[in-house]
Design a protein around this ligand. Sequence first.
Ligand code: ZN
Length: 251
Amino acid sequence: MELKDLSWPQVAAMGKDVPVVIPVAALEQHGHHLPVFTDSMLLGEIVRRVMSRFEKTVLFAPLMWLGNSDHHLEFPGTLSSPPRTYLDLLSGLLENLLTHGFKRLLILNGHGGNDVPARQVIFETRQRHRARTDLLLLAATYWNLGGRPHEVDSTISQKQMGHACEWETSMILRIAPQLVGDFAKVEPVGFDDAFEGIPRGWITKDRTQPGHIGYPHLATAEKGEVLLNVFAEDVAGLIQRVINWDGKSWA
Ligand SMILES: [Zn+2]
């Protein structure tokens, strides 16, 4: 079910154990060769692929395209919610859904900069409603759900999400090739980080001048189909677990 298509009496009549999926993405620079709406297009496609399996059992909120992208603001076209505003915005959305009686809320994220805010918001929301024992508040980023695309297709080189990289370029090639610029000549930008594993404050220009991180020149539409499938399967598996949850236990 899509929230945008329902009337308020239909929402009122729904069972409140129905999981609500809140897709959140971004509008930000994706190098010289991909559109600024890349993250929103990709998460939108993944949601589209899984939605038909949960037509009667899950409520999908419309994708929120404005994300936490301040680190990309040196690049024209990037639109960003200031980080603290973004926390309040996500927090407000969760509160709205709790007010309407829903108990199983899944923030489904498609942009790296939203990861920390989404986690913070589910943590804070749980603290505000600490007397409740029936809430399931989750924040998930689609490429961090366990899928290993390079094990499904050994021609895929990258093993992690970059930015406007082999993964993202391949997926946009699959769904909107007319929006992809000349990626074949784009020079790779490595994932180098002398302090890997240690959280470090950064802006995108610290890591890349052209705007991408990774190996976009290796992209193909065929890889894009594999990637979208792997990620859609992961998301569908997670949603099924939310449906199956017993409504009480941590286990
Ligand atoms: Zn992206």
